[in-house]
Design a protein around this ligand. Structure first.
Ligand SMILES: Nc1ncnc2c1ncn2[C@@H]1O[C@H](COP(=O)(O)OP(=O)(O)OP(=O)(O)O)[C@@H](O)[C@H]1O
Length: 357
């Protein structure tokens, strides 16, 4: 078992080695390309909602909360829908949104904000750990590999040091390298009884927004972590046991490059499906078509009569009429869930589902 002495930041080592600098250039290039394309998208909410639903699903999957897009769509559209896994995923996405709005407005990341994110994910008010007993185990063997700091005072001291590292650039280290340090440090402090992984993954993307490397929270390492789970746990551990910083930083930088490239493809696909659907509706249903209607249809991958009624300022009857016509023409498919009829945007759902499978 490792002892729990965790050092304060910054690490006392040159993180920007030759190999790191080489990979950094590639990661920054991929990230800048994604940011550039996303910035030109006319309606960013379309993109954001679609990308974050997949992130919520992937990040929760690391914690073995497995759900399907179909269940998610039901849980998102019905607040009383009873599927615990899908509900947890919806909570995750709400926590992510709240954190994003905070960082966008305040341009800082604080311990309180991090505590709130964890509370929103777990839906409990336990906050920072006060009781000892939390240990990290090897995922396969169950062997205890690390005991994180256990005193509340020590945890708070480490968190306040992390808060300073997040917000100040006193060490002039590249922000992507710092992101790797921040993720290691946060997971090693392990400030909460649970939800540390998911909270840490939200901190990652909010940090990119804080450092203005992205405008919107659209780059997520969760899928990369799922694909490289063994290496992820091993490299985290080796920072502690072997000062294995270089391999860890390279792992995160490589993840940023790969994920930025994949996300760019997804964003382009979403953009293309919005444009093509707009054209098709215009041609097939010119009397129903409006730019605003298409935007409403793509806001989430489902819609309801009430959203169209409010969004277009039309009567309920007119809104219901539009949706019925769109369903007849094959653009939407409806289901009665509870008392309400929910309309699924089949094309967007298809793109999101394919990217998230
Ligand atoms: N050896 C280790 N050193 C530091 N952090 C670790 C180590 N092993 C695992 N972790 C971190 O702990 C997280 C799990 O913590 P916790 O169970 O509190 O979070 P979670 O969100 O509930 O779970 P998950 O991350 O599996 O979704 C992992 O995602 C990883 O980031």
């Amino acid at each position: 078992m490792q002892d729990s002495t965790l050092k304060l930041l910054p690490p006392d080592i040159d993180l920007e080695t030759k190999r790191v600098l080489k990979q950094l250039a590639r990661s920054h290039r991929a990230l800048a390309e994604l940011k550039g394309f996303a910035d030109t998208m006319p309606n960013k909410n379309i993109l954001l909602n679609a990308v974050t639903i997949n992130e919520a699903k992937d990040s929760s999957e690391i914690e073995n909360i497995i759900t399907t897009h179909d269940e998610l769509f039901k849980a998102m559209s019905q607040s009383n829908y009873n599927n615990p896994a899908a509900k947890e995923v919806v909570n995750y996405r709400m926590a992510l949104w709240k954190g994003y709005e905070f960082v966008k407005a305040k341009r800082v990341m604080t311990i309180n904000m991090i505590v709130e994110i964890q509370q929103d994910i777990e839906k409990n008010r336990a906050g920072i750990r006060k009781l000892p007993g939390t240990v990290l185990q090897n995922q396969t063997t169950g062997e205890v590999v690390y005991t994180p700091p256990s005193g509340e005072r020590e945890i708070l001291e480490l968190m306040s040091n992390l808060e300073q590292y997040l917000n100040d650039d006193y060490d002039a280290v590249d922000p992507l390298v710092k992101l790797a340090v921040i993720h290691y440090q946060f997971e090693s402090i392990h400030p909460f009884y649970d939800g540390n992984g998911r909270t840490g993954r939200i901190i990652n993307v909010l940090y990119l927004v804080l450092k203005e490397l992205l405008d919107s929270p659209i780059l997520y390492l969760s899928k990369y972590i799922i694909r490289n789970k063994t290496a992820y746990y091993q490299l985290l551990q080796e920072v502690r046991t072997k000062e294995g910083w270089e391999a860890w930083v390279l792992f995160i930088l490589d993840g940023i490059e790969q994920t930025a490239e994949e996300t760019l493809l997804l964003v382009k696909r979403i953009n293309a499906v919005v444009d093509k659907t707009a054209e098709d509706i215009k041609e097939a249903l010119p009397r129903v078509y409006s730019k605003e209607l298409v935007e409403l249809l793509f806001y989430e991958f489902y819609t309801k009569t009430a959203y169209i009624e409010t969004g277009l300022s039309v009567s309920r009857k007119t809104a219901a009429g539009y949706l019925a016509v769109l369903e007849d023409a094959g653009f939407l498919t409806s289901q009665k869930i509870g008392k309400e009829r929910i309309y699924l945007n089949k094309r967007l759902f298809g793109v999101v589902q394919e990217a998230g499978s």
